[in-house]
Each structure stands twice: as structure tokens, then as C-alpha cells.
Design a protein around this ligand. Structure first.
Ligand SMILES: [Ca+2]
Length: 172
């Protein structure tokens, strides 16, 4: 019998389990009584001039955990494929997540927003605001809306995204 080998395997499993736990802890999903939220999404929304074709691609991952100083972290990439404009944000300023229509079944839907500084076509010093809705899986009724300090608006607060999914997690 190779007791050392068995011990190493057990240790590897323990380390793997601890890693999963720590990642979940960092995401704030295993701590009741502590407010935490996380919004992730990827897909295509509508943009002006695209005539309903999926032409506004977005990808983001934003989270907040009220321990550890309560810092909002995440990044966002948005590309308008009609104009070629590229928006990039890696320094989040704020995030909100709330439930709407709590009596609706199979709801509730979760809604969220996040904002911060961004670059537009590589030019720093801009800012963005994003509003999203998670209406379940798959993301056929989810919504994505982005507004920039330049006055640009992409996606929609009314019409669902054309491709993709938004996921909102909230713990408190
Ligand atoms: Ca969804």
C-alpha cells in the first residue's frame, strides 16, 4: 500500500474543495447576512442603424461584496459593430441589484445597474452607465442598455437582447 500516495490524493481533493469554497466566498454567494451581488453577461443587443440585426456586442462581469472594504470590481467590453466604436471599462464605481415584480411567478426578475469610468476607442476619461434585467434562463427576455457620457445609447431598456444571457446574483 502506498499510504503517501493516498494522503497526497486526499490533500489534493481537500485543496480543490477549499479553492472552490474560497472562489464562492469571494463571489459572496455563501455568506448569509452579508450583502453581495454579481452581474455577468455576454451577447448582442440592438444598436442604432443595425435594423434589428445583433450588432451591439457586450461582455461584462461585475461584483460587490460588503466585506473587504466593499469594493466594486469588474470589467466591461462593448462594441458597436455599425460604427466600430469600442468601449472598455475595468474600474467599476458602483453597482445596484434589486428584485422587481416579486409576486410574479416564476419570477422574481432581477434588475441591476453598474457604472464607472471607461475608454472609448482607446481614449480614456469617459464614463458609462449600464442597466440590465435577468428574466431567467435562457436569456431570451433579458435586457441590456448602455449609455455613455458622449450621449451615445446602445441596447434597450424595453426590448430584450437579441442573443446571449444576463445573470444577476444577489445575497443579503
Ligand atoms: Ca438570464
Amino acid at each position: 500500500m502506498d499510504f503517501n500516495g493516498g494522503e497526497n490524493t486526499g490533500r489534493k481533493h481537500l485543496i480543490a474543495g477549499l479553492t472552490v469554497f474560497l472562489v464562492a466566498l469571494m463571489a459572496g454567494l455563501l455568506v448569509p447576512g452579508v450583502f453581495a451581488c454579481k452581474i455577468t453577461g455576454g451577447g448582442h443587443g440592438e444598436v442604432e442603424g443595425a435594423d434589428g440585426v445583433p450588432a451591439g456586442s457586450f461582455g461584462f462581469n461585475v461584483m460587490y461584496f460588503d466585506k473587504k472594504g466593499g469594493i466594486v470590481k469588474g470589467d466591461l467590453e462593448f462594441i458597436d459593430h455599425v460604427t466600430g466604436m469600442n468601449v472598455h471599462a475595468w474600474d467599476m464605481e458602483g453597482i445596484n441589484v434589486w428584485e422587481d415584480y416579486p409576486s410574479n411567478k416564476p419570477g422574481p426578475w432581477l434588475k441591476g445597474e453598474f457604472w464607472g469610468p471607461c475608454s472609448i476607442d482607446g481614449e480614456a476619461g469617459h464614463s458609462f452607465y449600464v442597466y440590465v434585467e435577468d428574466a431567467g434562463e435562457p436569456g431570451v427576455a433579458d435586457k441590456f442598455y448602455i449609455e455613455l457620457d458622449t450621449g451615445y445609447v446602445g441596447g434597450s431598456m424595453v426590448n430584450p437582447i437579441l442573443v446571449g444571457n444576463i445573470q444577476i446574483h444577489k445575497v443579503n
